[in-house]
Structure formats: structure tokens, C-alpha cells
Design a protein around this ligand. Structure first.
Ligand code: BES
Ligand code: ZN
Length: 468
């Protein structure tokens, strides 16, 4: 850690400020978490806007030049640190998202998802770690820089969007439209995870994604399954039979051409991934499964971060209420996503999937197949000077040697940062494996909240000094 950051204000003053204001930062996070900013559900549109407005005000209060930017979808929040006239300094973008996943099923939450509950160790609420807590830590760090009078060694722009969890529909257009002002030397994103408590990580790869929905229809209404069963196909059965063929017993996706562009894992990467902590028994228990399942020939870390998959995210048909109802349902529906790895392309994969599902559809039902959002896989060279600078900041913030990580989740916009802004993204995740992202009882570890703020204190001098 550099001792003095601006000649007058030592780094320790920034860190002291963060420590002194920690309780208030926790209260701020709770305020932020009270907005039910569920981007997938239209009834929450006003809540998303209110949440974005809260964020704009919060940014203004700490001295950022902040605006709410309209898009075709949910608004984007932009906030800039005060610019120095005449001096060209490095410019970094901090990206995050204020939208959250749907909280359902409510009954599995120990406390309501939008009434934050603070314990000694964590704050529980939907969006706590994915992603409000993670980017608020960076914002708090900038507050500390400004409030202590320290001079940031770079210009920062916070870009916090409201559509990440639904595929960032409007953001690429927004980036293109404001390209000149958003051009930057690198993007910093804290929206990924750490492999274990206390073990910081630089994530250098993310999986891509391709989403597809299918509705299979049969009779034009639900039918009595005794009177008509045996003479017409059952859409639920037909859909299940189709879906069951998409993956084989060895965990391979069973679609012609699916693996054509998959880059094999190098021996070097396999050695690196093998060094990450993993305990199969603890992992199995933690997930509550009787046995793990994955592609034969790959380790769990490889399976979950560097190999492509197909998942059924939702499957709906017929009657699911109390008791029984003897029908042949009129329709059955499934939501699928494929996780992709370099160099698979979401549009090509979606085409292959649609073609294959058409072929699998029996003539006794109709299938309507629609392609949803997509995102390309991301891969960064972790040897670059900026990646090394980020590793130094992680080491300082967590007081522990960081590891390099590939992650299985997706943040589709990061490849657009590269294409549109010409900037690489440093993924510095603060979420723990048991933070329950997208699950009931999501939480954010308060130790990681504090470490994330320390990261936001030490990162900028390191990055600004790293050059290209
Ligand atoms: N924060 C996650 C992405 C993530 C989590 C990456 C953990 C790596 C490790 C993000 O909010 C997310 O959930 N993204 C979606 C993207 C999709 C909706 C396009 C995902 O991965 O399902
Ligand atoms: Zn998410």
C-alpha cells in the first residue's frame, strides 16, 4: 500500500474513515436493499426507478456528478468523480447492477427478502451480494477518498444498470451512444465470487449464455385424461421426452455442432484450476445433493467454469394444485439456458438448439421456440500489468495471496466493454459460495463488505500506476 496518496493525505486516513463509518455504511446498504428492484417482473418497474433515484442521490451526496439516464428499459445511473481541468489522467469505469433476481419462493426466506436483516456476520436480503453490496463498497471507498480530501490518481465513472439480471437489453446501445464519455482504460466489476472465505480472487474468465424458450401445445384445451388419453399425445410428456435427449449420461450436451468451437483447456490451466480448494464431500453436502453430476473427464472446477452446459431453468405444465386433476394438459413450457465457453457464440448456439428442437418435435404436437437473451464468454489475460495491479490491491485489502479464477456465471456486457469501449474488465468478486445468489436467504458478508471498501481504497493508485 502506498503510504501517501496525495502528498498530504495518507492511505491510512482513508482506511480509518472507512472503519469509522462502517455502521453507517451498513445502514446505507440496508436502505438500498429495501427497494424490490426485480427487473424480470413488470410490476416492479416503479421500484426500479425509485431505486435508481436513490442511488443518484447517494452519489451526489458524496460529491459525484450523477445523473439518471433513460433507456428503452430500466434507467442507468452514471456518476463521475470531480474531473481535474487540463490533466489527462487514467479513466476507469466501475460497473454494477441495481436490479435483482426474483425473490420467489417467499416461504423459504427466514426473513422477508426486501426487509434487510443484519447479523454480526452478514446482511440478509435479495440483492445483498448480487449486486448491491458489492458495488456500494466501491462507492463507499470513493466517499472516503473525497471526504478525507485525498486526491484520486484517476478519473472514475460509476455505471450502474438495472437490467443485468434480464440480459442487459439496453446497455450495449447506451455504451455505443455515450462512447466518447465512457471510453476508459479499464472496467472494474465486483459481481463475481471468491472461492472460499478470506481467499480473494481475480476472475479472468466468465461463461457466456444463450437462452431459449419452448412451448409445446397439443389439444386446444385441457382434456379428460381418461376419456381421451390413449388417442392424443400429451404435451408435457412430449416436451419431457425432447428435453431428456438434450444431455447424455456423461453430462455431454447432445446437440450436433454444439462443441465445434469449444477451446480445449490447456494443461497449464488445468494445473491452475487443480490448485483451487475443493472438497467434494463438503460441496455435495452444502448443495444438498445425494451425489454430484457433471461431464465425465473433468474436475468440478473445470465443469462449473470452463465447460459448457445445458440447464432447464423452468418447466411448467398441467395441474400442480392440491390433490389430483386427471387431465391431458393443453400445453407444456420450458425455459432453457446454455452456458458457453470460449469460443462458442450465443447466436450460433441458439440456431443449433432451435434446429435440433424442431427435429426432436414429434408430429403429434406443435412447438413454438423463441430465442432469448445471449452473452458471449469472456477471457482475459491475467498476466497483463493491470491484472497484476488488481492482484496487488486484492492482496492488500484481504491480507492474503489472491488466486486466479474462472467462473461459471455470466456478465454479458463485459465483452461489449471490450468491443465498444476498447477496455478490458477486471472482475474482483466479493461474494462467498454460500451467499445464496439467486436463491432464498441471499446475504452479503460484512467482512467482505469492509474488505471491498479497502479494495476500493487501494485499487486506484495501483491501477493508475500500472499503465497499459
Ligand atoms: N453476478 C452474476 C454473475 C456471476 C455470479 C458471475 C457469480 C460469476 C460468478 C450476475 O448477476 C448474474 O447472475 N448474471 C446472469 C446473467 C444472465 C441473466 C444473462 C447469470 O449468470 O445467470
Ligand atoms: Zn445475478
Amino acid at each position: 500500500i502506498p503510504a501517501a496518496v496525495s502528498g498530504l493525505v495518507p492511505m491510512s486516513a482513508i482506511l480509518d474513515y472507512l472503519r469509522e463509518h462502517h455502521d453507517r455504511f451498513v445502514r446505507d446498504l440496508c436502505d438500498y436493499l429495501r427497494f424490490p428492484s426485480v427487473s424480470a417482473q413488470p410490476q416492479h418497474q416503479k421500484d426500479l426507478r425509485a431505486c435508481a433515484e436513490w442511488l443518484v442521490h447517494r452519489c451526489r451526496r458524496i460529491g459525484l456528478d450523477s445523473e439518471l439516464c433513460e433507456t428503452a428499459g430500466h434507467p442507468v445511473v452514471l456518476a463521475r468523480t470531480p474531473r481535474r481541468a487540463g490533466k489527462r489522467r487514467p479513466h476507469f469505469l466501475v460497473y454494477g447492477h441495481y436490479d435483482v433476481q426474483p425473490p420467489e419462493p417467499f416461504e423459504l426466506w427466514q426473513s422477508p427478502p426486501f426487509e434487510p436483516r443484519v447479523t454480526d456476520a452478514a446482511v440478509f436480503a435479495r440483492g445483498a451480494s448480487d449486486n448491491k453490496g458489492q458495488h456500494l463498497a466501491h462507492l463507499n471507498a470513493v466517499e472516503a477518498w473525497l471526504a478525507t480530501g485525498a486526491e484520486l490518481p484517476c478519473d472514475l465513472t460509476f455505471l450502474i444498470e438495472g437490467e443485468e439480471e434480464v440480459g442487459s437489453r439496453s446497455l450495449a446501445g447506451f455504451l455505443a451512444a455515450r462512447r466518447a464519455e465512457l471510453r476508459c482504460d479499464a472496467v472494474v466489476v465486483s459481481d463475481t465470487g471468491m472461492p472460499a472465505p478470506g481467499l480473494p480472487a481475480l476472475t479472468y474468465a466468465l461463461r457466456g449464455i444463450a437462452a431459449v424458450e419452448i412451448i409445446v401445445t397439443g389439444p386446444d384445451r385441457d382434456l379428460h385424461s381418461g376419456i381421451f388419453g390413449g388417442t392424443v399425445d400429451n404435451p408435457a410428456m412430449a416436451l419431457c421426452q425432447m428435453l431428456a435427449q438434450l444431455r447424455d449420461r456423461h453430462g455431454r450436451v447432445n446437440i450436433p455442432g454444439f462443441y465445434d468451437d469449444v477451446a480445449p483447456l490447456s494443461a497449464y490451466e488445468r494445473r491452475q484450476l487443480a490448485r483451487l480448494p475443493f472438497n467434494a464431500r463438503a460441496y455435495r453436502r452444502f448443495l444438498g445433493v445425494p451425489r454430484l453430476f457433471g461431464e465425465t473427464g473433468y474436475t468440478a472446477w473445470e465443469q462449473r467454469s470452463a465447460r459448457p452446459t445445458v440447464e432447464i431453468n423452468g418447466l411448467t405444465s398441467g395441474y400442480q394444485g392440491e390433490g389430483s386433476k386427471t387431465i391431458i394438459p393443453a400445453w407444456a413450457r420450458a425455459k432453457l439456458t446454455f452456458r458457453l465457453v470460449p469460443h462458442q457464440r450465443p447466436d450460433r448456439i441458439a440456431r443449433l438448439v432451435v434446429r435440433h428442437l424442431r427435429r426432436l418435435t414429434p408430429p403429434t404436437v406443435r412447438a413454438q421456440i423463441t430465442v432469448g437473451h445471449g452473452g458471449e464468454p469472456y477471457l482475459l489475460d491475467p498476466r497483463s500489468p493491470r491484472a497484476q495491479a488488481a492482484l496487488r490491491a486484492l492482496r492488500a485489502a484481504f491480507d492474503r495471496e489472491p488466486v486466479l479464477l474462472r467462473e461459471g456465471g455470466s456478465i454479458p456486457i463485459v465483452t461489449q466493454f471490450r468491443k465498444i469501449l476498447g477496455a478490458e474488465t477486471l472482475l474482483l468478486g466479493l461474494a462467498l459460495p454460500d451467499d445464496n445468489a439467486h436463491s432464498p436467504n441471499e446475504k452479503f458478508d460484512l467482512g467482505n463488505y469492509a474488505a471491498g471498501m479497502r479494495l476500493g481504497a487501494t485499487l486506484w493508485p495501483e491501477l493508475a500506476a500500472a499503465g497499459g
